[in-house]
Design a protein around this ligand. Structure first.
Ligand code: SME
Length: 165
């Protein structure tokens, strides 16, 4: 297993996502444990982009429960109809929030978070959880992040069927 990742520090995000994808694919290829892989994916995204908070919420019973993450401590449980995470879970679509203060029901785990993107983890017919990324910079996410993060998530989804519901 690689012990570090390589990326062009001065490049734009689109290029960095392109550089990371094959490395993430290689990183998780030989590791069957979902939690271990989610932990490393969160670490890679945090290192490469310096996001304020990167992490996963996983469906457990009737809620989204905090999974592997990088960043300050966060809310542990989110209802399916609450917050940006719940919205992405319920709609099964990536949600970009340029200004979290203007999103009805946004759950403020930290007042430092100003914008957010949440990508659902879709496994077959079910949503197994979400990838949540927060930024301290307003309007920090674009379709480049949506596409890049959806590609990252698509590397993980084959493992999701092993996630306990
Ligand atoms: N802001 C999220 C909650 C999770 S934290 O940002 C880590 C939401 O509204 O769902």
């Amino acid at each position: 297993m690689a012990e570090s990742i390589a990326f062009s520090k001065d490049a734009g995000r689109e290029q960095i996502y392109a550089e990371l994808l094959p490395q993430i694919e290689a990183l998780i290829a030989d590791e069957p444990d979902l939690i271990a892989n989610l932990a490393n994916v969160a670490a890679v995204l945090k290192e490469a982009f310096g996001f304020f908070w990167v992490g996963f919420y996983l469906k457990k019973g009737g809620q989204l429960v905090l999974g592997p993450f990088q960043g300050p401590l966060a809310c542990t449980r989110i209802e399916f109809d609450s917050g940006v995470c719940g919205h992405a879970y319920s709609t099964r679509e990536t949600v970009i929030v340029p200004n979290v203060d203007e999103f009805p029901g946004h759950i403020a785990c930290s007042s430092a978070s100003k914008s957010e993107i949440v990508v659902p983890l879709i496994s077959g017919d079910a949503v197994a959880g979400v990838l949540d990324v927060d930024s301290e910079i307003p309007d920090d996410f674009s379709t480049i992040d949506a596409i890049g993060l959806e590609r990252v998530v698509s590397l993980i989804t084959p493992q999701l069927s092993s996630t306990p519901a």
